[in-house]
Design a protein around this ligand. Structure first.
Ligand SMILES: *[C@@H]1O[C@H](CO)[C@@H](O)[C@H](O)[C@H]1NC(C)=O
Ligand SMILES: *[C@@H]1O[C@H](CO)[C@@H](O)[C@H](O)[C@H]1NC(C)=O
Ligand SMILES: *[C@@H]1O[C@H](CO)[C@@H](O)[C@H](O)[C@H]1NC(C)=O
Ligand SMILES: *[C@@H]1O[C@H](CO)[C@@H](O)[C@H](O)[C@H]1NC(C)=O
Ligand SMILES: *[C@@H]1O[C@H](CO)[C@@H](O)[C@H](O)[C@H]1NC(C)=O
Ligand SMILES: *[C@@H]1O[C@H](CO)[C@@H](O)[C@H](O)[C@H]1NC(C)=O
Ligand SMILES: *[C@@H]1O[C@H](CO)[C@@H](O)[C@H](O)[C@H]1NC(C)=O
Ligand SMILES: *[C@@H]1O[C@H](CO)[C@@H](O)[C@H](O)[C@H]1NC(C)=O
Ligand SMILES: *[C@@H]1O[C@H](CO)[C@@H](O)[C@H](O)[C@H]1NC(C)=O
Length: 426
């Protein structure tokens, strides 16, 4: 009996340490090529590894080494994963006590480029403080995944990365927390060294040629407003994170492009201005849109109703100063024929919205959080919030958080709202 109950637990433990402690399943029969092994040894000699994370990097078969994966038929190295599994956020962090310094630092030696078949390279959460991203990273012809987030690199991004014609995932984001603690990471201040204004607009253009890109993470890097608008033309781009990057563009410019497959767009905490274009309704795959903390004014276009896949929409802390649209366009194209059928979180707080609450707000079936606080909404809190259809659960059956505070709304909250379970906060 005891053995049986322990089994799943053991399995869990094994799964969670796999990759850090266990050799790669599937490649364990392969011996790595001698040239790849030598390249890795030389590369290791440049690294500073206080926690001895690379202690398994010895012996002849590098396919067994921690963080290394080999192609299963030829034994060539295809992945070098040196992601720090125990990042320390500051000196008080408890993981520091438990794991010590798991951060790697030192020099990234060019011997790495001898790994001709490399597809996956992850240096995230290490402390290569003040080193620039090496130029030679641009020579990995087969690289599909490059994660340099929170890795401490600084300086100008090498244009050579534009040569990575197979790249699908590029993550160089930083994090507010790290920035403030300023212990580990120096931001990628790609552009601050360049005083020649004429050159500035072109600095990231090279990425536009990497048509294989699926994910691009660059949040919290200072791009000084110089983002190529052509990002919207990248045919495979699905996830773009450019929060707090110093973007300064009109919404029309930034959101007007093709964005053929885009699902996540994070432009939060920038300076996007003027009104949202109605063409935003063309981004039909969009599921997460963050425009919070910008300077957007005008209204919410009714074409937004065509975004049937929207899960979260955050336009809080802007200058939206019109009424909410009375009706939404294109609801009939959503399968359920209801507004925003899978929207869970809708935040328009801290704007200058005026007018009444429109009826469609009461029909967003899967809404969990609705925040319209700190606006100039007026009129009655409409009866339809409570009187429509299904009084047993209320019209917004999933709602757990509703904030209408700091407006000029009058009237009583509908009865169903008052009967909400305690965890559904108002
Ligand atoms: C790997 O190397 C070991 C020791 O040199 C050898 O015994 C083994 O047969 C090799 N395996 C393969 C798959 O070549
Ligand atoms: C090698 O990997 C491929 C997929 O990456 C898989 O289809 C194939 O079955 C594997 N071969 C062996 C011998 O494990
Ligand atoms: C990069 O690595 C970090 C953690 O080390 C992870 O959170 C992030 O999702 C990774 N980025 C991509 C694009 O996979
Ligand atoms: C790599 O990119 C640089 C800068 O864009 C360029 O000068 C160089 O010719 C490229 N190299 C290859 C092999 O494409
Ligand atoms: C790891 O981070 C800590 C905290 O910033 C730093 O003191 C230490 O020097 C870093 N370790 C290495 C090897 O750079
Ligand atoms: C992008 O590719 C085109 C055509 O291959 C080339 O003419 C152009 O110089 C490239 N742009 C950059 C910024 O590398
Ligand atoms: C959607 O895009 C098409 C072209 O791709 C354009 O003609 C149309 O005006 C756009 N829709 C809106 C509402 O702007
Ligand atoms: C909204 O704000 C913009 C920019 O300040 C202004 O031009 C516009 O007239 C305002 N619209 C309304 C309806 O107040
Ligand atoms: C009321 O809610 C129940 C359960 O969520 C659902 O089965 C029923 O169809 C709803 N009735 C109406 C009129 O919407």
């Amino acid at each position: 009996m005891e053995a049986i109950t322990w089994l799943p637990l053991m399995f869990l433990i094994l799964c969670s340490v796999r990759g850090e402690l266990l050799p790669n399943i599937g490649a364990h029969l392969m011996n790595c090529t001698e040239s790849d092994r030598e390249a890795l040894i030389d590369f290791k000699n440049g690294l500073h590894d206080p926690a001895n994370r690379l202690s398994s990097w010895k012996g002849s078969n590098c396919c067994h080494w921690r963080g290394i994966s080999c192609e299963n038929t030829t034994g060539v190295v295809i992945a070098v994963d040196l992601r720090n599994p125990h990042p320390t956020y500051n000196y008080n962090d408890e993981s520091l006590d438990r794991y010590g310094f798991w951060n790697l630092s030192g020099e990234i030696k060019p011997s790495l480029t001898k790994l001709k078949s490399l597809r996956h390279l992850d240096f995230s959460f290490n402390t290569f403080n003040d080193n620039p991203i090496p130029d030679f990273f641009g020579s990995f012809k087969n690289l599909q995944y490059l994660n340099l987030s929170h890795a401490g690199f600084s300086g100008a991004i090498p244009l050579n990365l534009g040569n990575l014609s197979s790249l699908q995932y590029l993550d160089v984001s930083c994090d507010d927390i790290w920035e403030e603690s300023s212990l580990f990471v120096d931001n990628l201040k790609w552009l601050t060294d360049l005083s020649d204004n004429q050159f500035l607009p072109k600095v990231l253009d090279f990425l536009v040629n990497v048509s294989s890109l699926i994910t691009l993470g660059m949040s919290n890097n200072w791009l000084d407003g110089r983002i190529p608008l052509d990002f919207s033309e990248l045919p495979n781009l699905q996830f773009l994170y450019l929060g707090a990057s110093g973007l300064s563009e009109s919404c029309h410019q930034m959101l007007g492009g093709r964005w053929e497959k885009i699902q996540d767009l994070d432009f939060g905490r920038n300076d996007l201005h003027r009104k949202l274009p109605s063409s935003i309704g063309n981004l039909t795959f969009l599921s997460h849109l963050d425009l919070s903390g910008n300077s957007v004014d005008g209204g919410i276009p009714s074409s937004l109703g065509k975004l049937c896949n929207l899960i979260s929409l955050d336009v809080s802390d802007n200058y939206i100063n019109e009424t909410l649209p009375v009706a939404l366009e294109g609801i009939e194209i959503c399968l359920s024929r209801k507004p925003f059928p899978i929207l869970q979180s809708f935040d328009l707080s801290y704007n200058y919205l005026v007018g009444n609450l429109p009826e469609w707000l009461g029909h967003i079936e899967n809404l969990v959080e609705l925040d319209l606080s700190l606006n100039y909404l007026n009129g009655q809190i409409p009866a339809f919030f409570g009187s429509l259809q299904n009084l047993s659960r209320g019209p917004l059956p999933s709602l757990q958080y509703l904030d209408l505070s700091d407006n000029y709304l009058v009237g009583n909250l509908p009865e169903w709202l008052c009967q909400l379970e305690p965890e559904r906060r108002l």
